[in-house]
Design a protein around this ligand. Sequence first.
Ligand code: HQG
Length: 193
Amino acid sequence: MAARRVALSRAVSHALRHEPWLYEIEVDDEGWAPVGDLVEALRRDRRWRGLTATEVVEMMRSATKQRHEVLGDRIRALYGHSLPYRIAKTPGVPPDVLFHGTATEAVPTILSTGLQPMARQYVHLSADVATALAVGARKSEQVTVLVIDAAAARAGDVVFLRGNEQVWLAEHVPAPYLRVKESSDVARGERSW
Ligand code: HQG
């Protein structure tokens, strides 16, 4: 059951974040698509033949990460997009300090060129260290957490956009607002730059 939910979450994310055209669904510029269209499209795959909108909503509710959102008869991915057209996100005021977990080997480049969105539309930032560590662990066994001085970045014209409670987005975070998190930071408190 858990494995089916993970697979369904992946399929829904793939359709809404990356390649809706493969499913013949239309995702608008805020990321929304009709739930019915998505369910119908997925049902064409043998694995999802009996899929219902209720199962999709249950998958979302039981997920440890809030990846998707349903409003009325529409569904969208909250972050992670790589679509060729820009998904509009709502600007917001993030915590003064944010985190980004990444492969340690990428750190020298990131500290020189800043955080870039790479294959996605936005850079993804975490509100807490635990989330950042989990994000980085997807990339490498050697994970480094970067600390982002979000307060200074905002003052310096970086626009932060809301993903979900743990995820903040930005088009780019210049290097001067980044530093490597040291283990001694925990003793000093995670919230201080
Ligand atoms: C790195 C998952 C070299 C960056 C996660 C990251 C997240 C650079 C990788 C969400 C760089 C991109 C997004 C630079 C950034 N030079 N490398 N200048 N700037 N990078 O997967 O943040 O489970 O596109 O550090 O949990 O890892 O799918 O981004 O390692 O929330 O819901 O380039 O996806 O969510 O990798 O992950 P990604 P991410 P889900």
